[in-house]
Design a protein around this ligand. Structure first.
Ligand code: ZN
Ligand code: ZN
Length: 337
């Protein structure tokens, strides 16, 4: 079967032995397509994955062979995520599911950018859903990334009507903004690129250009009775987003960190102290966040139209390049039919 493998920071298309059940429980699925995630980009750019790694985890697929106690059957079109918490360790019991060792270890085999994938029984039980006919492959491929956003929204633990600002309106920012709206927040969003701001506005987010930090501060303050935003969602990977977040968050407010930044800056200690700020991270979703994501997508409370661009598996290198150079918001790799 054809796969895209990572060697250092080079991607190569190769043929490897097809995955099979070999008496195991679980399913062999034929991959229809797989979204290209920001985390794949980071691994690619910095050569962070072991040689031969098959990246990709946002798959939509058809079950080809199955041995399972679940209700899934051959021919079902499914969407599936990659990590599953054990629910029993110290991390899981403390609510830090994505820090669980089992969570980090579990994965789809060999990875999403492959013609076929093995899903374990645990995947079928916890993080897979049958896709309704009305949803296209590409639409439902946002299941895992939106799940990550839901996890962040849940972690922020906000009240309905709170003022929130999403910094960075890439595909994740646009998903985050819509998830926050679905939870009843008053959502602002900013970016430097007008087409992204327009996409946000078309989804009911109050979008603005944040090139000028002072003006951005004034805009948020004037719209929140001179208080500032209750919570900032950091989906931008730019270092400059950090001072902007500190400028626009209200005293006592929260900053939800949702991306890595090149310089690995810290948040100013004295601002955190005197202003009683809460800085928190959110990384990867629990099964219940994924279930909520599935619900928001299939009820079309989150609109993913125009958020992704199609590429063939043969053009996967171009898909990475176009994403890195901001030519597109997000790539969806079409693999099978
Ligand atoms: Zn992802
Ligand atoms: Zn655990």
């Amino acid at each position: 079967m054809r796969v895209a493998q990572l060697f250092g920071n080079q991607i190569e298309l190769r043929d490897i032995d097809k995955v099979s059940l070999e008496g195991r429980k679980g399913a062999i699925v034929k991959v229809l397509g797989c979204g290209l995630c920001g985390s794949d980009i980071v691994k690619f750019r910095h050569g962070l994955a072991e040689d031969g790694t098959v990246l990709g985890h946002e798959i939509v697929a058809i079950i080809e062979d199955i041995n399972s106690s679940t209700e899934f059957k051959k021919g079902d079109r499914v969407v599936c995520s990659h990590h599953i918490p054990c629910f029993e360790c110290h991390y899981c019991k403390g609510g830090s599911y994505s820090m669980c060792q089992h969570f980090k270890k579990t994965n789809i085999i060999p990875g999403g950018f492959s013609e076929y994938v093995y899903l374990s029984e645990e995947h079928l039980q916890n993080v897979a859903h049958k896709v309704p006919d009305v949803m296209t492959d590409e639409e439902i491929s946002f299941y895992e990334p939106l799940g990550c956003c839901i996890r962040a929204v849940e972690r922020a633990n906000l009240k309905k009507g709170d003022n929130v600002l999403v910094i960075g309106l890439g595909s994740i920012g646009l998903l985050m903004g819509q998830a926050l709206k679905a939870y009843g927040m008053n959502v602002y969003g900013c970016d430097l690129m007008q087409d992204r701001i327009d996409l946000a506005i078309s989804r009911g987010i109050i979008g603005f250009n944040s090139l000028d930090v002072e003006k951005s501060h004034d805009f948020i303050y004037n719209n929140t009775n001179k208080i500032g935003a209750d919570c900032i969602f950091m989906t931008s990977g730019a270092d400059a987003a950090i001072p902007l977040a500190l400028k626009t968050v209200r005293n006592g407010g929260k900053i939800l960190v949702f991306s890595s930044t090149p310089k690995d800056f810290g948040y100013a200690n004295n601002e955190v102290y005197y202003r009683e700020l809460t800085i928190m991270g959110s990384y990867s979703p629990r099964p219940q966040d994924l279930a909520k994501s599935f619900e928001l997508l299939t009820t079309r409370q989150v609109n993913v139209e125009h958020l992704s661009t199609d590429y063939e598996l043969n053009d996967i290198v171009k898909a990475f390049d176009d994403t890195i150079t901001n030519k597109i918001l997000k790539a969806y790799i079409k693999i099978g039919e």
